[in-house]
Design a binder for this molecule. Structure first.
Ligand code: HSE
Length: 296
């Protein structure tokens, strides 16, 4: 039996749409083995227990490439990452399925092959890359390949995930994006991505607030998220270091200085007006990414 532990991720970090992402210390665990026959999927809703299951479909993609025909597959999920909240739950399923299938079929693919394959399945690499490699990453597509690099994040930064009870599908959140962006907005984002990476590089935390601003996806998606503007404003009033929409949303991530417990306490109090719709999780960077091991 294989155990695959995959971290949650926050993609689109600030202005880094479809390219910047971080791995966070909230995990999905997957237990996967080849069995004599059939498909058994446990630990998820009934609707995800068939061949359309994303973990299973990702396994099939790998098996197809390496020419392996499994007899049967048993998958058990122990999920901590909430579904359809912009915290990389789908990426965790894809990564786990590919890593497990590769291991079962004799390890013919390396991690880079897995990254390329996972990106094809998910369609963008900003959740997949940190889920596989950990830390904060920038990833781009180049000639059919996904190239990536790590970005250092100062130890004194922690992440406050503000997670609503409602879901938002990535498909719906991509559908509201405009087909084109203006030159002005493109420059706005490019300059802030550069500022963001340089501020993280030399721990200039004062610049993070402006460096996390975005003009190419948040305002469009904000219209699909009840109280999005209010939650962002509260985080700013409470002097977070920076705040942005996590992935396609609806979760909001605030960057907070480690040790600033006052922020969490006061945020919790301020969110009461939304009738417990939003809950808070204090998270830290995960530096390892997905880990696969054989267990008894
Ligand atoms: N970059 C992706 C998006 C992340 O914003 O649509 C969600 O999968």
């Amino acid at each position: 039996m294989l155990e695959i532990k995959v971290p949650a991720t926050s993609a689109n970090f600030g202005p880094g749409f479809d390219s910047l992402g971080v791995a966070l210390d909230l995990y999905n665990k997957f237990y996967i083995e080849e069995i004599e026959e059939g498909i058994i999927i446990e630990g998820c809703d009934e609707v995800y227990k068939g061949k359309e299951n994303l973990i299973y479909k990702s396994m099939e993609e790998c098996f197809k490439i390496v020419n392996y025909i499994p007899k049967g597959v048993h998958i058990k999920v122990e999920a901590q990452i909430p579904l359809s909240r912009g915290l990389g739950s789908s990426a965790s399923c894809i990564v786990a399925g590919l890593l497990a299938a590769n291991e079962i079929s004799g390890n013919k693919l390396n991690k880079k092959d897995i990254l390329n394959l996972a990106t094809k399945i998910e369609d963008h690499s900003d959740n997949i890359t940190p889920a596989l490699f950990g830390g904060m990453t920038v990833s781009i597509s180049h000639k059919e390949e996904t190239l990536f690099n790590s970005i250092s994040v100062p130890d004194k930064i922690c992440f406050c995930a503000i997670i609503p009870k409602f879901k938002l599908s990535t498909k719906e959140a991509r559908a509201v994006l405009p087909k084109e962006v203006s030159y002005k907005d493109a420059v706005f984002n490019i300059s802030r991505v550069s500022m963001l990476i340089s501020s993280l590089y030399n721990s200039n935390l004062n610049l993070l607030k402006v460096a996390c601003e975005d003009r190419i996806h948040e305002s469009y998606r904000g219209t699909l998220i009840d109280n999005f503007e209010e939650v962002i404003s509260i985080c700013e009033e409470l002097k977070c270091l920076g705040v942005f929409l996590s992935g396609a949303g609806p979760t909001v991530i605030a960057l907070v200085e480690e040790g600033n417990l006052e922020f969490f306490k006061r945020l919790k109090e301020r969110l009461i007006i939304f009738n417990s719709t939003w809950s808070i999780k204090k998270l830290r960077l995960d530096n390892f990414g997905a880990v696969i091991k054989e267990i008894k």
